[in-house]
Design a protein around this ligand. Structure first.
Ligand code: VG1
Ligand code: CO
Length: 593
């Protein structure tokens, strides 16, 4: 096997962001660009001689080309063996699982996740470690450092590998094994969940194990051949979860064909934005809300790690989803002995804090991005993790997991006989409701966004203790995370303002009572409201400034108000403090999630 060493000059912009390196396809396609980054990874995490690597991607445009490139460069590193998803397809959670199951040294995931695909879209490369999780900050920094001083990369001179047929081949010292993209992952789901119970529920719907008479009504509108059965629509958004969803929901759980829509991964995702939220999955949301539509809807993103959950008459906010899954976890086979703890990213709504407090579990608040959950999961400190950006997961892998979240909801519905709406409203009644939304200002000028953040940071101390618009700013800080396991510190992870109602002496630890239950021991969750400013680390054009807004409502009679209306006064205060809209010359966010 001939190995070619190619002289190269470094690029200065290969700093992995929240979740890997993401750029426009056109930038990735520049000569040596992808090669340089892949070599930087090998230099930072190697040597790889004799090691096992996992490789796959979300099927987006350029996936197949970069798969061939990684194969040839891995052969040049004398990697022992590569497990490659058939046709280059592996979802992010499936990759995480395969790394763990076969005790691989690490893996490459070719994806820009929820970003658009196609020739004009985005591409991305993520590297995951032997625990199955995203490379932690110290590794991504080492990759960046390598990328800036590279002088050469190494590549095997060989034909393209047939990636569409399962089986083994040998190139140099490396065995390349093309594997079924779905089987290992689907088998793991059968280990975690009781599929016999789920199958029965799918066949009979709410009429099955009804413990509570009210639940049966929810399915009254069922029609056609699925009448009486559970009516579910899963939107794979033309992205990677299609094959997984067909196998798990339709084949293994016996739901009717057609349950999965947009179930074939397309290189351009059919020109849609593969981000499962109410805006990009609007058709699904409309269908579920229609009186004769399905009982339950769900969607996932480009690489299969996000989830959207919607029941008839109830969209589930991701922060609530984490809390509700945690509160009901013991109904599920894999978690029946309970959870070790819960972690959420700092901007994520604080509903889970109240569940943790009530169950006597530790609650960890991390920076945005799944890589920060790795140490907590590895050390056994937590079992469930979640982010406001439609991400939930557990210790079964080291990534968020869209299909897992859907199965959790199915399982909880099956075990309780309750609809999504009932589960959510009962949760609020017990714990109180955390009204939550996110405003995104996309494609703004980077310098202007940086300046807003810098000015906020500089002014923080002055805000503490001030009263504005009927609020007292109890705490204003620049979030820094002290990892309790490896003691690393990550600074500048978002600027947060924690508020109490002005004139209300009860604040901080002595704060509002929570729903019908008192919260024991939690601190930040006791503030009446909160807003957070943060810059995105996944965009590929200009900057995206995110404003996260949250308001806690303990009063049962006030829990059914319009989310945007409830949070609008807080948004105005956040704008007054930051001067955001005027400084960005925008009169509204590009997107409200
Ligand atoms: C966003 C989300 C974050 C998530 C990340 C990767 O990051 O806010 O919660 O972990 O995307 O998700 P940012 O830096 O743009 O806010 V995925 O599904 O795109 O890998
Ligand atoms: Co994703």
């Amino acid at each position: 096997m001939q190995i070619k060493t190619v002289t190269t000059t470094p690029f200065d912009d290969q700093n992995p962001g929240t979740s890997g390196l993401r750029k426009k396809v056109a930038l990735f396609a520049r000569p040596h660009y992808a090669e340089n980054f892949i070599q930087a990874v090998f230099n930072a995490v190697g040597p790889m001689q004799g090691k096992l690597l996992v490789l796959g991607g979300d099927g987006r445009y350029y996936n197949r080309e970069i798969i061939q490139l990684v194969l040839k460069m891995a052969v040049a590193q004398n990697v022992g063996k590569i497990l490659l998803g058939q046709s280059g397809i592996l979802s992010t959670p499936a990759t995480s699982h395969i790394i763990r199951k076969y005790q691989a040294y690490g893996g490459f995931i070719l994806s820009a996740s929820h970003n658009c695909g196609g020739v004009d879209g985005d591409f991305g490369i993520k590297y995951n470690m032997d625990n199955g999780g995203p490379a932690p900050e110290k590794v991504t920094q080492a990759i960046f450092t390598e990328s800036k001083k590279l002088t050469a990369y190494h590549i095997a001179v060989m034909d393209d590998v047939n990636i569409d047929r399962q089986g083994r081949s040998q190139c140099g010292e490396t065995i390349i094994e093309v594997i079924d993209s779905v089987r290992d992952y689907a088998d793991m789901m059968e280990d975690l969940f009781d599929f016999a119970v789920l199958r029965r529920f799918c066949a009979q719907g709410f009429a099955a194990g009804v413990k509570n008479g009210a639940a049966a009504k929810a399915n009254g509108a069922g029609k056609g051949e699925a009448a009486g059965g559970f009516r579910f629509c899963f939107d794979a958004m033309n992205a990677v979860t299609g094959p997984y969803a067909h196998e798990i929901f339709e084949h293994r759980l016996g739901l009717p064909k057609g349950t999965v829509i947009r179930g074939t991964p397309l290189p351009d995702f059919g020109k849609i934005h593969p981000d499962p939220n109410r805006i990009y999955a609007a058709d699904l949301c409309r269908a579920v809300m229609a009186p004769d539509g399905p009982d339950f809807g769900a969607a996932s993103d480009g690489d299969g790690d996000r989830n959207l959950i919607i029941g008839k008459g109830m969209f589930v906010a991701p922060s609530d989803s984490l809390a509700i899954l945690a509160a009901n976890a013991t109904l599920v086979k894999a978690y029946k002995t309970g959870l070790r703890g819960i972690a959420r990213s700092m901007p994520t709504g604080m509903a889970a804090d109240r569940v943790a407090a009530r169950l006597g579990l530790p609650l960890f608040e991390t920076p945005t991005g799944w890589k920060f959950f790795g140490n907590l999961l590895d050390s056994g400190a937590v079992t469930f993790c979640g982010e406001e950006s439609f991400g939930t997961g557990s210790s079964h892998v080291r990534e968020k997991d869209g299909i897992w979240a859907v199965l959790m909801w199915l399982n909880i519905m099956a075990a309780t006989g309750k609809t999504v709406k009932q589960l959510v409203e009962e949760h609020w009644a017990l714990y109180g409701r955390n009204y939550y939304t996110r405003y995104d200002y996309e494609g703004v000028e980077s310098n202007a966004a940086d300046k807003i953040m810098a000015d906020l940071r500089a002014g923080l101390a002055a805000y503490e203790g001030q009263e504005m618009d009927g609020w007292e700013i109890v705490k204003a800080d620049d979030f820094a995370y002290h990892d309790p396991v490896d003691k690393s510190v990550s600074r500048h992870q978002g600027i947060r303002f924690l508020l109490a109602k002005a004139g209300d002496n009860a604040k901080g630890e002595k704060g509002q009572k929570s729903g019908r239950e008192a919260v024991k021991g939690d601190k930040d969750a006791n503030y009446a409201a909160r807003f957070v400013f943060r810059l995105s680390g996944t965009g590929t054009q200009g900057a995206t400034l995110r404003l996260y807004l949250e308001y806690y409502e303990a009063d049962y009679d006030r829990q059914n108000r319009d989310v945007q209306e409830v949070l609008a006064p807080l948004a105005r205060l956040a704008d007054k403090i930051s001067g955001l809209q005027a400084r960005l010359q925008r009169n509204r966010p590009s997107m409200i999630v």
